[in-house]
Ligand binder design. Sequence first.
Ligand SMILES: [Zn+2]
Length: 261
Amino acid sequence: MLLLRSHHHHLLFHHAARLLVRRAAPVPRAASARLRSLRMSASNSSASSPAAPSPPPAPLVPKSRIPFCPACGSPTKLAVPDGDEKMRAVCSSCGRIHYENPKMVVGCLVEHDNKVLLCRRKIEPAYGLWTLPAGYLEVGESAAEGASRETLEEACADVEILAPYAQLDIPLIGQSYIIFRARMKTPNFSPGSESLECALFALDDIPFDSLAFSSIIVTLRMYIEDVRSGNIKFHYCTINKRLGAGPSDLRSFDIDNHLAV
Ligand SMILES: [Zn+2]
């Protein structure tokens, strides 16, 4: 979980880079230069408006998100390998192709006396905001093991996994969440090194205005609805950021493909 910070920033960067690429791709270099010169001459000819600095040119060549080959350290180039359909980071020296695949985030919805356990983050991103104990799955552990490990690390709570509760895919940032319902083996918890505090919240008291991630908002909304209807289900859905929403704009998303069984 210590890596969450850098991973997440990395992902935000990916996100930004992708958006830049999408916007820039259809504009050929010459056309973009023409647009810039038109804009400049328009502002120059207007006597009333002060000369505005021309905006920095958008990068027109997509940059690889894996700039250096993890195998040999040489720079990579973006290219579509033979038989492939997508741009990949291809090493300019050893020719290895470096694929990027989504990461899995696992966590627990710990139930206790009709309350749920939340942790307030002591690390960026989302420092000071509340979340379910969750983090990146490690190689060598199952999703359930990872979820209980994260709960032990962040809330010092030793839990028993009860059932899978939700899988939430966030395609834009390449994350897939699996959240398990769990119970504490003994009713003890305290903030781990990555948490400012941990607390049990009655469902009416969940601090929706200060939750850390859209995935946590969605999970807790579904859970409250399930508990109120007396029917706890398993949920699958996709979280899609709305066009133009900034990375910190937590509430600007759509829930698609929601399946509940
Ligand atoms: Zn290489």
